[in-house]
Design a protein around this ligand. Structure first.
Ligand code: HEM
Length: 211
């Protein structure tokens, strides 16, 4: 991936175009340009962060619908429910389930002391099932209101691509509702989940429809 982006960066340095890589090459903060390592890091992050996550959101929607018969029919009849179904999937089966952090300062979380420099794992998937925030948290409810999940993170690193991910999911789900009639059924086989500490989703979801 870095080999590929090294080439793209060289090409755009020579021949800038109207695209993100050229904009990054030209960007200046306080008179300073991004270094090559920073440029490669950003391109790599954007590719992974923008691809794996949305892919798994789409798969996780199918998983949620499979576990909750009747939802697809309700969505077909009332497309206004589509955004709520996407938000509830983000909460219920969060595509990014955990993020590591290094504490800068001594911090108390409940009665737990976190020392400066200590690595912690913020379990997004768990926070999104917190009964204190979400009544009946283990129930998939596409009309949940409010739905203040943190599937896109929180604070200064809040997901750059959240509006794009929501749009992609809306386009994909509406297209599936238009084109795949009848019941959607997952093949009767054990699910193999993505082997990742960060990402939650199934490797494959063979499905049939029109039954
Ligand atoms: C369902 C889809 C997505 C989910 C669940 C998701 C989730 C997240 C989460 C939890 C974070 C916070 C990371 C942290 O706090 O350390 C994040 C950051 C980020 N996301 Fe997404 N993301 C999604 C889609 C996308 C897309 C489509 C893009 C770009 C095209 C993208 C680009 C980024 C970038 C660049 C960051 C880093 C932001 C920063 O550090 O300031 N994400 N995402």
């Amino acid at each position: 991936m870095y080999g590929y982006f090294t080439q793209v960066l060289e090409e755009r340095r020579e021949h800038p175009q109207n695209d993100l890589v050229s904009a990054l090459l030209a960007a200046e903060v306080d008179g300073q340009r991004l270094t090559n390592v920073e440029l490669l890091g950003f391109c790599g992050l954007l590719l992974v962060a923008g691809n794996e996550t949305t892919t798994n959101l789409l798969g996780n929607m199918i998983l949620c619908f499979d576990e909750n018969p009747g939802v697809v029919e309700r969505l077909r009849k009332n497309r206004d429910l589509v955004p709520g179904a996407i938000e509830e999937t983000l909460r219920y089966y969060s595509p990014v389930k955990a993020m590591p952090r290094v504490a800068k300062n001594e911090t108390m979380i409940g009665d737990q002391r976190i020392e400066p420099g200590q690595v912690i794992v913020a379990w997004i998937g768990s926070a999104n099932r917190d009964e204190a925030e979400f009544p009946d948290a283990d129930r998939f409810n596409i009309e949940r209101e409010p739905n203040r999940h943190i599937a896109f993170g929180h604070g200064i690193h809040f997901c750059l691509g959240a509006p794009l991910a929501r749009l992609e999911a809306k386009v994909a789900l509406n297209a599936m509702l238009d084109r795949l009639p009848g019941d959607w059924q997952l093949a009767d086989m054990p699910l193999e989940m993505v082997k990742s500490f960060v990402v939650f989703g199934a490797k494959k979801l063979p499905m049939t429809w029109g039954m």
